[in-house]
Each structure stands twice: as C-alpha cells, then as structure tokens.
Ligand binder design. Sequence first.
Ligand code: F6R
Length: 629
Amino acid sequence: MCGIVGYIGNREASPILLSGLKRLEYRGYDSAGLALIEDFPAIAENGQRHSGIHAVGRLVVEKCKGKVTDLEAMAADHPHHATIGIGHTRWATHGAPSDVNSHPQTDESGRIAIIHNGIIENYSHIKDRLLARGHTFKSETDTEVLAHLIGEFYVDGRSLTEAVRLALNEVVGAYGIAVLAADAPEEIVCARKGSPLVLGVGSDNENFIASDAAAIIAHTRQVIYLADNEMATVTRAGIKTRTISNVEITKPVEVIEMELEAIEKGGYDHFMLKEIHEQPRTITDAMRGRVVEEEGNIVLGGLQSHLDELRQAKRLILTACGTSFHAALIGKYMIEQYARVPVEVEYASEFRYRNPIIEEGDVMFGISQSGETADTLAAMREGKGKGALALGIVNVVGSTIARESNGGVYIHAGPEIGVASTKAFTSQLTVLSLLTIMLGRMRHLSVVDGRAMIRKLLEIPEKVQRTLESTERQIRELSDTFKNASNFLYLGRGYNYPVALEGALKLKEISYIHAEGYPAAEMKHGPIALIDENMPVVVVAPQDEVYEKVLSNIQEVRARKGHVIAIATEGDEQIGALAEQVIYIPATLSMLTPILSVIPLQLLSYYIATARGCNVDQPRNLAKSVTVE
Ligand code: F6R
C-alpha cells in the first residue's frame, strides 16, 4: 500500500527520499512523488546572498505515474537543492493512477504539500464545502481535499502544526500524513490515525519520517512509533509529539533490530524466491527459545500473563485475511484435534461488520504478517470492545496489531518484502503448532505426546530444506509445461484443504492465472464440470488420515482427462500410477504436513509467474500491507 518518507537535516533530501521510496516499493504502488522546499538564502541589503539562512522557501513538487525510477529520472532532469522534503508511493484508492492524482497534493495557494496513506471518508462533504468557498481541485483524490482544508486553517499567523491539527479534527477516516509548507521551511508536520507512521531520530541534526521502518533503517535505528490520534512536528533540532486533541506527549525512543541485509535480495532474482529459501531458518526462528522438550511443553513469552484465560477459554476465534486466513484455517484443525477447544475462523472483513457474538471465555487471535491490515485490526478492536481477550500472532515488531493486542506471539520471520506471502505463512503455522501443543498440554495432552509432537516439529526446518533441494528443479521444468494454462484447480483434504486454497491464491496473485482451491471431496459438487484435458489439477495428497479418500478424488479427475500434479509423501509409489507428475515431500505428523506441502506450491507459482514474465515481487493491483478497507 502507499508509502511515506520524510527527511529534514543538512544533507540533500532528494536522494534520501528516493532511496527510502525504493525500499517501500515492495508494498505495491502505481505512482510516486516528492515535495521539497528549495533553500532560498535570504538576500542581504548589499544584494549578497547569505548561505544557509532560510527565509520563505520555494515549494517544488515532482510526481508521476509509474515507478520510483521514473520519478528518479524526473528529479535528475530538474535538480533541486533542498534539505527538507517528503516522498510518496501511491496505491490508488480515489482516482485512477495518473500524474495528477499522484501525491504530493497541494492546497489552493500552492504553498502546502501533503502526502497521505489511507482514506478520508467524508472527503466529498468537505469538498462540497470548499467548492462553495471558491476552491478548485485538480485531482480526483481525497488527499487534495485534505490539503485544501489544511490551507483553510493555515491563516492568521497559525502554526502549520495547529492548522493540520484543526483540519484533522474535521476528518473522518484513516490517515498517515506528512505536510510541508513553503513558509514553514524548518518543519514537517505528520499525523496518524489507522495508518502507520514511524519517526526516525537521526544523530546529526536530522530526522526522518516513514510509513515503514525499512525506508529509514539505513540512516537510523532509533525510532518513535506514533499511535493513532497522535501527531508530530519534526524539525532538524528535534521531534515534538502531541495528540490530535492538543495534549503534548512524550514518546519513548525505541531501537529497531532489523538488519539491512534482511531487506535486500542477497543474490536472488526476486525477494519472493529469497524468502521461499529462507524458510528453514525462519521456521527455526519461530521456535527459538520457546520449546521445553523435556517437559513436552512450550513457553510463549507474550502469552505468559494470560495463561489462566487460555486455560479457561471456552472458544477461540481466529481472524485474519488472505494467506494469514489460510494459516488460521489450519490452526483450527490443529487446535481442535489436540487441544479440544472449539475454534472459529473468520475473515476479519466479515467479522468486523456483522455484530459477532462474543461471550465470556472467548479468546481472539488476530493473525497478520504486517500487523497493519485494516480489516484485521478493526476485527480485533471489535472483539476487544465486546470483552474478548485479544491476542496477536504478528510478524512486524511494533506494528499496530502487536501494540493494540492484550498480548501475543511474534512469528519472527523477518521482513517479508515479496508481495506474495511465503515465509510468513510457514512461520504462522509454526507458531500455531506451538500454540496447539501449549493449549493441549493445559488440557488433555500427556507429556509423552507433547514431547513426540515437539520432536516432529524440530525436524521440520531440515525437512523444508530437503523439500526445497529435491523439488525445485522438477518444479521449474513443470512450470514450463503449464505456464500457458488458463485455469488451475487445487484440491486438498483435512489439514491440506487450506493448503489448496493457499496454492491457488499464490498462483493467481503473481501469475494472473485463474485458480481455485477446493476441499477435494467438494469437487464432485460442482467444479468437476470444469475438468477436461486442458485443466491442470494440483492435488495435495500426503499419506495422512484422508489419503485413500484423496486417491479416489484423483481417479475422478483422471477419468475426465484432467492433468494431475500430486504432492505426495516420499516413498509413495501408489500415487505415481495415478498422477502425471508427483512432487515428493518428507513424511511428518499430519498436523505439520502443510508446512512442507506448501513449499512446492510456492515454488510452482513462482516459476510459472516468472516463465510468463510477470513481476512476482510487485504483482499488478496488489499491495503488501492492506491498510484500507
Ligand atoms: C497473499 C497475501 C495477502 C495477505 C493479506 C493479509 O500472498 O500476502 O493475502 O496475506 O493481505 O495480510 P497480513 O498478514 O499482513 O494481515
């Protein structure tokens, strides 16, 4: 989704903003822009310029539809000397991607520039008011309306901070914003409600603003996270924070641990491929320090103060979107089988608006890689507001869901840059497995069973490594055969039904091939009508409790001339006679098979998409973290 970067200091702002925007490219965007206040040294009486003295600066805006490299070329053609500026990558919401709809947007007078992530819901009402007052608008964006509204308040000697604050008091919706004004060339004002903002504290009279720490960690690791309804005035000398209702606040400076290599490709062609290959390590990281093998038990630090509530929980509600929702579905199967607690799984976007019933003893888990997904956050707030204990299973440290939850577990997968989620999914499954063992041990699971499950779990990273090594070449070749298919069907049962959903999602989002995931036995209730000699059918069929049933489903596909690609357990010869292609994964506990069976499906979508020439790291129309409804 949209990205924000801001800089004020003594260095040239443009290169810092452009490199920050490049770090945010992975979030998905369709246009980019910069606003800078050019240094205008004051002119002394003798006509000589005094360098370094700021009077009223000149606000310049460079923006265009397209990539950051297009903006970079534009900035190179029009060099501006500025040590203060803001930069944006836009993911269109109001108004199609175009030069004019790109951010920054300016106010009526052209002296204020704003960049904005989120949606101003009452923008048309505000716009009507401003039109009646004679304003004219160039773009179709809600952001331009906010710029004009700030301009209306930026009169009578009011500070920029106060003008922004008063304008925000009239706004309904979500925003992360950064604002510049030509006649306030010593400050950037920023604010947040529902869209993340982090402030970077520099060491040499410079400070930074970003929607994602990845944009600024090359410069500083000291950060201040703004919370909802907070704003900041950022100058060279420091950062002043207050609430939007005008109460000054002191925020802690925190240190981020993210390493720079973690947000670079490290020799791989794409972040997605790098992240697929990182999984043996990221799964290990998700377990690190949490396993007490001897006791057959698990210690999850972020849940320690809620053990009684978890022990007494009558129902768990897992809520999430997209890939994280698929992890939640698998979590339900695990927890119900081993901990015997009823689990409901619900799309966060549905949960938040349907007046869900929350009762005493309900514990909610919001599962989110980014920790910023608007629907998941809103669902968590809804559940929490109705009295549920709200816990998070989150990747991004310090993200909003992590901060607003009553507790939770980090999955520690490290930054996931590829838009298609891969390593976060297997780390979510690993954490859900740990949670299952922990909840099970609180109830019916014996120490012996707990130990046996832990041993199987500890073997998983090595088995993932083996799967990667033994299947990648075969899948690359296979991808060439199927790259021109128009449709794919993915089937699985039990624990591997959500894996079928995930395989189909991965394929469609990065290769743009239509793909459907189904519980294998449901095929005969409709989708079987689609099967003919042109339909590749990926069947996830490890040797688990439903294996024989899945073999029958494969027969049904073969009888209709569908091409079967099976994901099967090493040593399974029977399936070779039925499927056209068999991709083998190591044997493990049924509950853990999804962590292995999804690996070939990730690779399959990656290689089909690259064979079709698709940009897998930045698929069309998609954004990494969906911070709007
Ligand atoms: C798919 C994908 C999305 C996300 C979904 C939720 O590859 O990445 O479906 O899983 O947008 O995002 P998080 O987990 O950040 O809440």
